[in-house]
Design a protein around this ligand. Structure first.
Ligand code: BG6
Length: 295
């Protein structure tokens, strides 16, 4: 069976040619061609280490079943450190779908994993390319516990957005919303500005945000629009220069060309009873520089 290291999914989006990948990775990496259009949107650190189970710095790490270090599991949960399986016979698209090509990746716990987090689940991540070139990630998480027990989780798609320079960027869609500030022990504040601009380290979870967030890059004259569904929160992270130096797989200057804006469900964990399923969607699209909020 084909398998894929979770964050390889993110690597694929960086558009690296498959020859750049370690030879042990399976043919699924030909997806780099399939997803070529996505290349300019997502960034991979030049210092990223390809040493599973270490998470890969860049792309869209999937933080599940725990965001951050708020629970008993490793930072951002284990999903980003695992090998996922490719479903070679995935369920068909709904007839109404605008997706033209897709691949389904599956994560299920091994016996060893159950010692760490004692819950059976199936996480199906559908990576779809929408007509027009948008990327659509559809996640379905099902409780497959046979012991009748529910489980709870938090989740984030920790998207590393590619920038010309952080000083040229503003984020619209989070103004006036409340956020939990990880640099201030998770205290709650309300965003006051018109749009977010960046001059120092930021590490926040905006809660109950609108479904559309725009990351506007004035220098590149383009806007990345993130549309999310079932993911009410939004993570915003940039370590800035000092902290960047302390992260081994993050280049000293990566903070200038990267901003993490993640669709998430963090504040209120999701609980699934056996047989229940949760669905979340994240769509990324590029629009021309004429974008303005409300369009
Ligand atoms: C952010 C966290 O979301 O992710 C930060 O709030 C963390 O505390 C950052 O440093 C990156 O996490 P990691 O585990 O990928 O280095």
């Amino acid at each position: 069976a084909s398998s894929i290291h979770c964050c390889i999914v993110s690597l694929v989006f960086t558009g690296k040619s498959s020859s750049a990948f370690p030879p042990s990775f399976p043919p699924i990496l030909d997806l780099s061609v399939f997803l070529g259009y996505i290349t300019p949107k997502i960034v991979l650190s030049l210092q990223a280490a390809f040493k599973p189970p270490q998470a890969i710095r860049g792309g869209i790490p999937i933080c599940f079943p725990q965001f951050s270090s708020s629970g008993n599991l490793e930072q951002h949960g284990f999903a980003r450190n695992k090998f996922w399986t490719v479903d070679t016979n995935p369920p068909p698209l709904p007839t109404s779908s605008s997706v033209k090509s897709y691949v389904d990746l599956i994560l299920k716990p091994t016996q060893d994993d159950l010692k760490n987090w004692p819950h059976s689940y199936e996480f199906r991540l559908r990576v779809g390319l929408v007509l027009g070139g948008n990327l659509l990630l559809t996640s379905r998480i099902r409780n497959t516990n046979s012991d009748g027990k529910p489980f709870s989780f938090t989740i984030a798609f920790h998207t590393y957005v590619s920038l010309s320079d952080i000083s040229e960027v503003r984020v619209e869609g989070l103004e006036t919303w409340d956020y939990l500030d990880n640099l201030k022990e998770g205290q709650r504040f309300t965003e006051q500005g018109d749009a977010l601009t960046f001059e120092s380290e930021i590490d926040r979870v905006y809660v109950g945000t609108p479904t559309k967030i725009a990351i506007i890059d004035h220098e590149k004259k383009r806007t990345l629009v993130m549309r999310k569904d079932g993911l009410p929160d939004a993570v915003v992270w940039n370590p800035w220069n000092k902290k960047a130096k302390s992260i081994p797989d993050f280049g000293d200057d990566d903070y200038k060309r990267t901003l993490c804006v993640g669709a998430a469900n963090v504040e209120k964990p999701i609980t699934l009873k056996p047989g229940e399923e949760w669905t979340g969607r994240l769509e990324l699209s590029l629009v021309a520089s004429s974008y303005c909020s409300g369009q």
